[in-house]
Design a protein around this ligand. Sequence first.
Ligand SMILES: Cc1cc2nc3c(=O)[nH]c(=O)nc-3n(C[C@H](O)[C@H](O)[C@H](O)COP(=O)(O)OP(=O)(O)OC[C@H]3O[C@@H](n4cnc5c(N)ncnc54)[C@H](O)[C@@H]3O)c2cc1C
Length: 490
Amino acid sequence: MDLLERGPLDLHRNLTAVNRLTRPARTVPNQLGDPDVWRISSPLEDSPSRNFSHVTDSWTRWKRYRTCFVAILIVVFRRPKTTERGQVLIFDEIVIGAGLTALGAVLGLPANRRVLVIGGPIAGQFVHYDGAKTKVSAYLGHGGLGTYWHGAIATGGQQYFAGASAEYFDRLVRRFYPNTQISERLGKPWLFVPWRPIRPKEEWRRMKAERSDRLVFVHEVVSRFVAGDRDVSVHTAGSTFVGKRLWVCAGALHSPALLDDSLAAPVSRQFVSDHVFCYLGQIDRARTHVEMPRVLRTRDGVWFEGRYDDERRARYTLRPARFAFTRLDYGIERRGIFGPPTGKSIAKIVRSISLGLFAEALYNHFGLFPNARVQSVYALINVPDAHSFHSSDAQLSARRDVIQTFVDAVRANPPWRGIQTSIRPDIFIPSTHLHHSVDVGALVGAGVNGPTSRVQVVDASVLRDVGPDHHTFKLMVAAFHRAQALCQSE
Ligand SMILES: Cc1cc2nc3c(=O)[nH]c(=O)nc-3n(C[C@H](O)[C@H](O)[C@H](O)COP(=O)(O)OP(=O)(O)OC[C@H]3O[C@@H](n4cnc5c(N)ncnc54)[C@H](O)[C@@H]3O)c2cc1C
């Protein structure tokens, strides 16, 4: 039975086993934990000779008491809170988050490290873009948003994951899609939509089988962490965990509050950047002779060729418009409802299912029947600071004027001639490609993310610009690379 499926008692046994099996024997009498981390000098170490005069004896006694007193103070103030059973749990690496970024980071850590993944509550909680709750912006729970994502991997766009070479990209792709050759498409505007998206929960199970007791999961919410010179302690409501290094992968909306509550000065931003998805209109291929972009089906998924504008703000896509979708704007009005399958939106999808939508879905997922005479023209647009943001409750509020300015600029310069232009420029759909929610300069100033820093933040909160492409897999590659590079340099 997998650890994830066990009750708290089994988890406790497992954690105990990890500590017993993997820590060197130690002699610290007060059970403070790893001697490297919690070493306290013995009172006898400071004792002077016992053959001195009466005065010297008193002084010696005082010194001994003083040392004991200091030791007690250290025990009281430095001793981390323990689990219910009075244990301090010590790991090499602690990871906050159990989504796709965390997966990338842990894959980059050597298999012999003791790794703890703290992934949020068992019963997950959605956060939504707005009060209507039709579109999810974040998920607090095991697997994160990776439980719902479409799995699309972009190979083009800017290389903001620089440092992670093509080789790393290729290696990570092959772990999940062994038959897929990605290197020849890197830097070119292709999008790979796999038959089976990477699902973190499945991958964690696979990695658990590979790493056994070296990889431990707990389903708790971290309230804060404290980074010291030699270790980091991570606090949840009931436990404290100590690690040599901490990887923050709590997602673009949850990392900022965690960092604010843990660092000396706030680092969260008031805005968050995102992609918006919008409809430019439609194109009649019989009239305009526009060529369809290439679509290639492989054993692992489908490749779609894309197109960028000159400024690389937008990625354009043509999709076959059939049935009611041949009516201008009909499709975008229907698509606005989509998000992960929360109860509300499932009901809406079922109510609004249409043949036009079905035909487009066949194309989007399987690359089938691309050659419709009428094509819908969509654009994925990069909008810096698209939303106002409150880190304390992870709430967003769309800055419609800012978004509209970017959308209008893209709409004004479509890459194809002869587009029948949308008359619903007010509709745009957030893509849950949220990023840049943390002030990177302030974070570095706080001693985070340096080559020897105890705390590494590797999720999208620290990405300033993701270009117009799906960014998540690149983020995984970057986390994978950082974890491997830091461990190799030690
Ligand atoms: C419907 C949908 C489709 C998408 N499709 C694509 C796509 O095709 N391609 C693409 O590139 N992107 C896509 N995305 C975006 C993609 O899902 C996200 O970019 C990605 O999942 C983010 O992963 P993450 O691990 O950084 O964060 P998250 O998935 O948000 O995971 C954060 C993790 O941290 C944990 N956590 C947070 N706070 C705490 C705390 N205080 N204590 C403990 N744990 C905590 C959470 O429980 C969670 O496990 C899509 C998103 C959605 C919603």
